[in-house]
Every structure is written in C-alpha cells, then in structure tokens.
Design a binder for this molecule. Structure first.
Ligand SMILES: Nc1ncnc2c1ncn2[C@@H]1O[C@H](COP(=O)(O)OP(=O)(O)OP(=O)(O)O)[C@@H](O)[C@H]1O
Ligand SMILES: [Mg+2]
Length: 221
C-alpha cells in the first residue's frame, strides 16, 4: 500500500525526470508502511454513536484496502460472550475477551475497531496494557439527548426501573478522564466526529492518504 503511495509521491516530485521501474522499488523501500497492528476503542453510553462511528471508520478503511475487523459489543455478546450478563464481573469479562481478540488480530496485522460501552476505567486501562497501539475514543453525549434518541427503546425502560445494570441509569459509567480522542455526538455530526478521529489516526502515522486520492492529486498537478 505505502509502496504505491511513495511511488505516487515520487512521481509528483520527480516526474520531470526519467525514472526506471527499478527506482520506484528502491524509493518505496525507504518508507515504512503505516502500521496495521493498532486498535481503536470506542467507549460511551448506549446510543452515543459508537457503532455508527465504528462502522463509518470501517467503511473508510475498507475503501483504503486496509485489513480490519469491527468488534461490536452487541455482536460479540451474541457470539464469543454469549452467556455473559451485565454484572460488573461479566462486563469486565466481556471487555477482557474483546481486548484479547483485538490484540490477536493486531498481531496478525489486522486493525481492530472496538465499539463497546466498556464502562469501567480500570478494565479499559487493563486492555490498554495488553495492546501496544491503543487509541481510546470517548463518544460522549448528554443523557437528555440519549433519552430523546432512545434508539433501542432501552432508556425509557431503564428509567422506569425495568432494566437493572443499565449504564448511566442504574449502573455506573466511568467516563475516560484523558481519552486519546473526544467526540460529542450531541454537538457534532457523525461526519464531523469521524474527521476528528481520522485526523488523530493520521497524526499518529497509522493511516496514510489513500493511493486513489494521491493518484488523482498527482494527475491534477
Ligand atoms: N453525531 C452523531 N454521531 C453518531 N451517531 C449519531 C449522531 N447523531 C445521531 N446519531 C444517531 O445516534 C444513534 C447511535 O446509535 P449507535 O447504535 O451507534 O450507538 P451505540 O453507542 O453503538 O449504542 P450501543 O452501546 O447501545 O450499541 C444512531 O441512530 C445514529 O444515527
Ligand atoms: Mg453499538
């Protein structure tokens, strides 16, 4: 991927000079490919927009041709974490398992995108410890907006006392004190939040401009 990128870059710089195919290969090898062994972890209350943003990011990575896997809390709970409930012990075990899978994927150069409430600070910190390249995104949103949105109809039931262990209502949610990225879906559109997230990933050098866009840029020179 990055070889092509450098290839395009070099064309834009040196295009007035004849360059042999061999030169492209030599130039390409001087630039390391962006790492793919990283995990981005979306945490936030139910309905805050974790899955929405995670899916949007996955779509972006898909377009860039980058191998990735989306580990969505809801999906994971139907599979590898089936049988776990919502007590603190079970929630912690759920997060621990997701962390292990994310780490394994990273070891095989697959980017992990996690979208799970992950309400406990200590548990998130433990996951961070086992994942070398870890980016925590806090998807914040005022409770009133969440209750108004109530995508799954759960807030009204929780407020009526019908759901035990509902994060933010009848269970704690420990917001990250220093998230790597902070977005607020009550104030920003999903597109705005995604921009902030992608900019951070680019700053870290974990993402480079896609080949297709560079080719367009080069062609426009
Ligand atoms: N700025 C925004 N960013 C993200 N989602 C938004 C935004 N504004 C409105 N929404 C809507 O809010 C809802 C968020 O639902 P989503 O399933 O992504 O939440 P979630 O955090 O994954 O919840 P859960 O923990 O229950 O899975 C979606 O219907 C989405 O369209
Ligand atoms: Mg979700």
């Amino acid at each position: 991927m990055v070889f092509s990128r450098c290839y395009c870059y070099e064309i834009s710089v040196f295009r007035r000079y004849p360059v042999k195919t061999l030169d492209f290969e030599v130039v390409g090898s001087q630039y390391p490919a962006p790492p793919r062994d990283w995990t981005i972890w979306f945490t936030g209350l139910s309905g805050s927009g974790k899955s929405t943003l995670a899916q949007a990011l996955a779509g972006r990575l898909q377009r860039y041709g980058l191998p990735h896997e989306l580990l969505d809390g809801d999906v994971i709970r139907e599979g590898i974490c089936r049988g776990l409930g919502f007590s603190k012990a079970d929630r912690d075990e759920n997060i621990r398992r997701i962390g292990c899978i994310a780490r394994l994927l990273n070891r095989h150069n697959v980017i992990s995108i996690v979208a799970a409430i992950s309400p406990y600070q200590k548990t998130r910190a433990e996951v961070r410890k086992i994942i070398p390249k870890f980016l925590e995104v806090h998807v914040d949103c005022p409770l009133e907006t969440l209750v108004h949105r109530d995508v799954k109809g759960l807030y009204h039931r929780a407020l009526a006392g019908q759901i035990e262990h509902f994060s933010g209502i009848s269970d704690p949610y420990e917001a990250p004190s220093h998230p790597d990225v902070y977005v607020n879906s009550g104030k920003q559109t999903a597109e705005e939040s995604l921009k902030v997230i992608v900019r951070k990933i680019e700053e870290l050098g974990w993402l480079s401009t896609p080949v297709i866009e560079e080719k367009v840029a080069v062609a426009a020179l």
